[in-house]
Design a protein around this ligand. Structure first.
Ligand SMILES: Nc1ncnc2c1ncn2[C@@H]1O[C@H](COP(=O)(O)OP(=O)(O)OP(=O)(O)O)[C@@H](O)[C@H]1O
Ligand SMILES: [Mg+2]
Length: 468
């Protein structure tokens, strides 16, 4: 049987939560959320009808509850009769170090568990035990005995310890514990990592953690898609482009990559507009601030606003795993999705995990996804810009500029598609009021991708004159 951790989304990556009657360690540096984690665990338990017990050895109960965020304090007020506490933090200055003697502690805890019929215990901060037990070996056996005692009364416990040099304070806690969770905070990002669960599986790696007024929430690094949608023929929404690609399907991932000014967003809008015309829902998410231009162009393309939404997500101030879970929620009723400006996200060190989870999920859900990526070089660029997407995309369309006849022309080239017979030539396109217009193939030129092409005949002539 499992006991809920009470933290949103954490049970999912812990195979249902804590094992019943287990002793679970949460450790981390100062301010990483250990106390609030413990509170969240107990609050949720009390809200489910359990009697819970909070034990503090360090800070006083008054200090701790004064610092609780408003939302959590309200939750506490609502279940106050089920929430019991032992305030050794206040008693210690009065009764001295002997209060930390294990028999005294164990007896007080045991009687509170029995008297109040407690099933969940939060033991916040074990550091003060070292005041009484200076010898490390002794301290280890004390923690072990304490865990055995609480377990024997049938309670499930979260206990906390500080992190020192990447380990929990005494090292021992990790061996005593049935599960170990590590919290970190670098001033901008909070992370939660499950390091061990006895007897059950868990999703490894670092997950996003958010503390808000009402409590804690985990943003797992995975999205857990259910089932697999059947691929159906799909359209890019641009005349002639479908033929050039050969074939496209729902659930496909299409990358549009190129320098600024090549109209990547219009490829995205045409893709959505076409879906909306056929009664499907389209969502355009931009990681670039200026979405007014995109909204205006969507209007220009026709009345699509009812089915096509345009949203801005700020990649600099949002956690990448939170964005991942936002995308999951936002695409609930979406058939086609455009993410504009993936380059704004790609600097995150967790970008690879994000792409893996996100693209796998969209593909499984059958949501056709177009991603635009802005490369920095205007002319003569060999890069596709994004290794992570390139490796996973079904279709890759590269946009570029080339100087032809004294004019900077827009060229597209299909790098990859499902079809082995896709168009291999370089194709000129224009951006018009009605979207992207395919002009035609560039014929008789060489070196177009270098940005400064020459006529094929000229090369031939030069080669001939060389051999003369
Ligand atoms: N309403 C809130 N919204 C967002 N963050 C909050 C809110 N209230 C508190 N926090 C954050 O929670 C963290 C404090 O959590 P907590 O007291 O649980 O940490 P701790 O690991 O127990 O710290 P210590 O080691 O000092 O005991 C702080 O980083 C604080 O900024
Ligand atoms: Mg604390």
């Amino acid at each position: 049987m499992k006991v809920s951790t009470g933290i949103k989304n954490l049970d999912v990556i812990m195979d249902g939560g804590f094992i019943d009657k287990s002793f679970n360690l949460v450790y981390g540096g100062g301010g990483t959320g250990k106390t609030l984690f413990t509170f969240n665990f107990l609050l949720n338990g009390a809200e489910q009808g359990n009697n819970v017990l909070y034990i503090t050895l360090e800070e006083s109960w008054d200090d701790i509850t004064r610092k609780l965020p408003d939302g959590m304090r309200k939750r506490l007020d609502a279940i106050r009769d089920k929430f019991h506490y032992l305030d050794f933090g206040s008693l210690r200055p009065v009764l001295g170090r002997e209060i930390m003697e294990v028999n005294v502690l164990t007896e007080a805890i045991a009687s509170s568990i029995v008297v109040n019929n407690v099933s969940l215990v939060g033991f916040d901060g074990i550091a003060p035990l070292s005041i009484y037990y200076e010898d490390e070996h002794k301290l280890r056996s004390v923690i072990f005995n304490l865990s055995q005692s609480i377990k024997s009364y049938g309670a499930t416990t979260v206990f906390t310890s500080e992190e020192i040099d990447g380990r929990s304070r005494y090292g021992t806690e990790e061996f005593v514990a049935d599960s170990v969770i590590r919290l970190t905070y670098n001033g901008t990002k909070r992370r939660l990592q499950i390091l061990k669960t006895r007897g059950t599986g868990f999703v490894g790696g670092k997950h996003g953690l958010e503390i808000s007024s009402s409590g804690l929430r985990v943003y797992p690094k995975l999205l857990f898609p259910e089932g697999k949608a059947k691929p159906m023929p799909e359209s890019m929404g641009i005349l002639k482009l479908d033929n050039m690609l050969g074939e496209t399907f729902s659930g496909d991932i299409t990358l549009i990559t190129g320098p600024p000014g090549t109209g990547k967003y219009l490829f995205g809008l045409s893709f959505l507009k076409n879906a909306c015309k056929h009664g499907k829902n389209g969502l355009y998410i931009s990681f670039e601030e200026n979405i007014e231009k995109i909204k205006r162009r969507l209007d220009d393309l026709g009345d699509s606003r009812k089915l096509c939404k345009v949203i801005y997500i700020d990649p600099k101030n949002e956690d990448i795993y939170k964005i991942l879970w936002q995308l999951r929620a936002l695409t609930k009723d979406t058939n086609r999705l455009v993410l504009h400006g993936m380059n704004m996200l790609s600097t995150s060190e967790e970008y690879e995990d994000f792409i893996h989870a996100f693209l796998g999920y969209m593909r499984a859900r059958g949501i056709s996804t177009m991603l635009t990526y802005s490369t920095t070089q205007i002319i003569a660029t060999n890069t596709l810009g994004d290794e992570q997407i390139v490796n996973r995309a079904d279709n890759i369309i590269k946009l570029l500029f080339a100087e032809i006849g004294g004019e900077l022309k827009k060229i597209l080239v299909i790098i990859k598609s499902h079809s082995p017979t896709h168009e291999r030539g370089l194709v000129e396109y224009r951006l018009g009021k009605r979207g992207v217009v395919i002009v035609g193939k560039i014929e008789g030129m060489e070196g177009v991708m270098s940005g400064t092409p020459t006529k094929q005949m000229e090369i031939k002539k030069r080669v001939e004159s060389f051999f003369k």
